[in-house]
Design a protein around this ligand. Sequence first.
Ligand SMILES: *[C@@H]1O[C@H](CO)[C@@H](O)[C@H](O)[C@H]1NC(C)=O
Ligand SMILES: *[C@@H]1O[C@H](CO)[C@@H](O)[C@H](O)[C@H]1NC(C)=O
Ligand SMILES: *[C@@H]1O[C@H](CO)[C@@H](O)[C@H](O)[C@H]1NC(C)=O
Ligand SMILES: *[C@@H]1O[C@H](CO)[C@@H](O)[C@H](O)[C@H]1NC(C)=O
Ligand SMILES: *[C@@H]1O[C@H](CO)[C@@H](O)[C@H](O)[C@H]1NC(C)=O
Ligand SMILES: *[C@@H]1O[C@H](CO)[C@@H](O)[C@H](O)[C@H]1NC(C)=O
Ligand SMILES: *[C@@H]1O[C@H](CO)[C@@H](O)[C@H](O)[C@H]1NC(C)=O
Ligand SMILES: *[C@@H]1O[C@H](CO)[C@@H](O)[C@H](O)[C@H]1NC(C)=O
Ligand SMILES: *[C@@H]1O[C@H](CO)[C@@H](O)[C@H](O)[C@H]1NC(C)=O
Ligand SMILES: *[C@@H]1O[C@H](CO)[C@@H](O)[C@H](O)[C@H]1NC(C)=O
Ligand SMILES: *[C@@H]1O[C@H](CO)[C@@H](O)[C@H](O)[C@H]1NC(C)=O
Ligand SMILES: [Cu+2]
Length: 636
Amino acid sequence: MAPDTSAEKSAITGQTHSATSEGQGSPDAKDRGHQSNVSRGRRVYLAIVLVLVVVLALALGLGLGLGLKHSSRSNSDDSPGSPLPSSPQTPSEDSQASLSVPTWRSNVEDYTLDTASWDFHAPPTTREYKFTLSEVQLSPDGVFRTMIAINGRFPGPLIRANMGDRLIINVQNNLPNGTAIHWHGLFQNGTNWMDGTSGITQCPIPPNGGRFTYNFTLENQFGTYWYHTHYSTTNGDGPVGPLVIHSPDEVKMQKYYDVDQVVLLQDWYHDYSQALLPDYLASGSENGEPVPDNGLIQGTNYFNCSSLDSDSGYVCEQNSTRAVLTVEHGKRYRYRLINAGAFATFQFSIDNHPLSVIEADGTATEPLSVHRVDIAVAQRYSVVLNANQSSASNYWIRAQLNTFCFGDDNPVLDADARALITYTNSTAAPTDSVDWKDALDVECIGLNSSLLTPMFETEAPPATIMYALAANFQIGDYAIDRAYINGTSWVMSAVPTLNQAVAGLEAANSTFTTLGVSSAFSANQYVIDVPDVAIVDLLITNYDEGAHPFHLHGHSFWIVATSPDQYFDWSTYPALNTTLSNVLKRDTIMIDAFGWALVRFVADNPGLWALHCHISWHMESGLLMQFQTRNDIMRT
Ligand SMILES: *[C@@H]1O[C@H](CO)[C@@H](O)[C@H](O)[C@H]1NC(C)=O
Ligand SMILES: *[C@@H]1O[C@H](CO)[C@@H](O)[C@H](O)[C@H]1NC(C)=O
Ligand SMILES: *[C@@H]1O[C@H](CO)[C@@H](O)[C@H](O)[C@H]1NC(C)=O
Ligand SMILES: *[C@@H]1O[C@H](CO)[C@@H](O)[C@H](O)[C@H]1NC(C)=O
Ligand SMILES: *[C@@H]1O[C@H](CO)[C@@H](O)[C@H](O)[C@H]1NC(C)=O
Ligand SMILES: *[C@@H]1O[C@H](CO)[C@@H](O)[C@H](O)[C@H]1NC(C)=O
Ligand SMILES: *[C@@H]1O[C@H](CO)[C@@H](O)[C@H](O)[C@H]1NC(C)=O
Ligand SMILES: *[C@@H]1O[C@H](CO)[C@@H](O)[C@H](O)[C@H]1NC(C)=O
Ligand SMILES: *[C@@H]1O[C@H](CO)[C@@H](O)[C@H](O)[C@H]1NC(C)=O
Ligand SMILES: *[C@@H]1O[C@H](CO)[C@@H](O)[C@H](O)[C@H]1NC(C)=O
Ligand SMILES: *[C@@H]1O[C@H](CO)[C@@H](O)[C@H](O)[C@H]1NC(C)=O
Ligand SMILES: [Cu+2]
């Protein structure tokens, strides 16, 4: 089967639509002139740094000397901008849903996985994609803003492959900033430098035309993954998409469903994240994260332009619509939920239809029946819906943003983000749709992983080594609030730590082989050098009043134990340090406010691997550390 053709579509759409941007009044536009100067200085700086990196040497020239076409736009629109007059076509006033979608939007069809024609047993093949990243002005929910699109599409194209396949993704960065693309949840065993983590496994791909080719194989894992930029907070600006790996073993799951679809969830801001970041990081902000303005399902949702102040400066077109998922009575639908957002946890449910969870972060599970599922940032769950209700009504899909995760209110946010299920291909407002009576969460939490049992049994051996980590936020000099892991607040390194480690190991510099907390890197890099092929127990204690979804690159971990309470009782450790049968393995775990999680992973995968909170604001505030593993292999 040929690679997904939607990925092949050129960046033409992006270019066309950026034309609509002229005169848009998004507040960040005024910073442009200033940003371009910084950007030029930064490119020169990058150029110096990049000399150290052989893989990017060719791309270097491309990043320099190109025009500042993205940066010089002036904001000539002095009209208040909002709200614009209602557009005439509002297909159905009540449900605000539509079956027609703008050409730039990846929609329900793009994310429907044709299982009948897919060869699950095909011999390994190479699948090639071309991703062009560019800044565009689009209006996913009616509000125009600067965002980042891949091939002019939002959300990004679906990547689909079989286990064992090789993926080649040719990335061209037409953004005014550097970037890198991380393939979330992929092991990258032996290809750490393809992990796409700026400052850790690679230098950012240079701006204004820089290129990088990702090239890796998909071994020993299948299920629902995703990709996103891993450079500052840019992942919240649109460059995200699903990555699905199939396997012959999936047949055992297919008995539970007839139709397979990706359902992408994300919180959404009406501002460019780079415009929100300075205030968030500023003196006195006290970790006051920007609160999302909307929640999107399949890249879209209704937004009421009248809720914006008339002097807000936003351009809001009252034509936003909700996604429509069509079902056929009697069929069962696997929805691969991905929380591709920046901050919010969703409580996902479908009115009148109980759901059955059959996958978590790429681990197939025995069906667990639920009414709502809490899905934190970067987590994935596959849920099965049985279309057995009356066809006479449409029903709401709800992705309710858990507002207890936010430190503030946002008056324009309708936390009940919705899409429509229809049995009859209609966009009519539901008449018999009933939300579940189950109370919504009153604190910020994820689904407790201990409720899920893997479908394919695994055994976790006892740990050979254990590390304890403490995560907190702390206000320092000048009332600057930053996140810390064991006293270190991460700042992106100019020279990727992987390059530093490889150079140090090749030079037989013993600083790079001293096990434990490494002193080989600068003071803002907390790196633990792990013995070769260790089974690592990791206790992460959260001393913060907010919950944090922690993600480990290059591995999935067994969830040994979790707690909503602050203190781990060390006397219980021997009883936990045993062979564990069939506990859930995943790559992102929500750790409760003032709680802890004990996870276990096999450190057999050479490289520098980030462990970080996946809330993009928090990562940028420093909530990231790294493991250095398999020095024996990295040295050679
Ligand atoms: C992105 O580039 C702009 C200027 O083009 C600069 O102001 C901003 O700080 C850059 N962001 C990052 C994260 O480097
Ligand atoms: C991808 O990597 C493989 C293995 O190293 C190599 O043979 C192949 O030429 C690479 N392909 C591209 C397009 O770089
Ligand atoms: C949109 O918001 C305005 C002002 O808050 C309100 O009067 C109106 O009913 C809202 N429209 C819808 C469809 O919710
Ligand atoms: C809404 O209208 C704007 C301006 O005409 C257009 O760019 C956008 O694609 C429309 N959105 C939808 C969902 O039709
Ligand atoms: C519909 O399907 C659900 C989930 O499989 C099941 O619990 C329920 O009993 C079914 N209802 C009817 C009316 O068949
Ligand atoms: C649903 O309706 C639209 C527009 O009326 C039509 O184009 C489409 O083919 C229909 N889809 C199905 C599955 O019936
Ligand atoms: C876990 O238990 C094994 C024995 O079963 C022991 O060898 C190992 O040191 C223990 N690990 C830790 C981190 O205490
Ligand atoms: C991190 O800090 C905690 C508490 O301060 C300490 O117990 C732990 O040993 C430290 N971890 C490492 C790897 O040094
Ligand atoms: C070894 O690496 C450390 C840390 O990067 C550095 O300070 C030191 O100079 C290096 N030693 C030698 C002999 O190169
Ligand atoms: C998850 O459930 C287990 C088993 O009931 C419980 O011991 C643990 O405290 C729960 N974790 C959290 C974070 O609530
Ligand atoms: C990763 O690669 C290492 C070294 O090549 C190998 O020993 C290990 O088994 C691999 N791990 C997985 C999960 O494939
Ligand atoms: Cu966090």
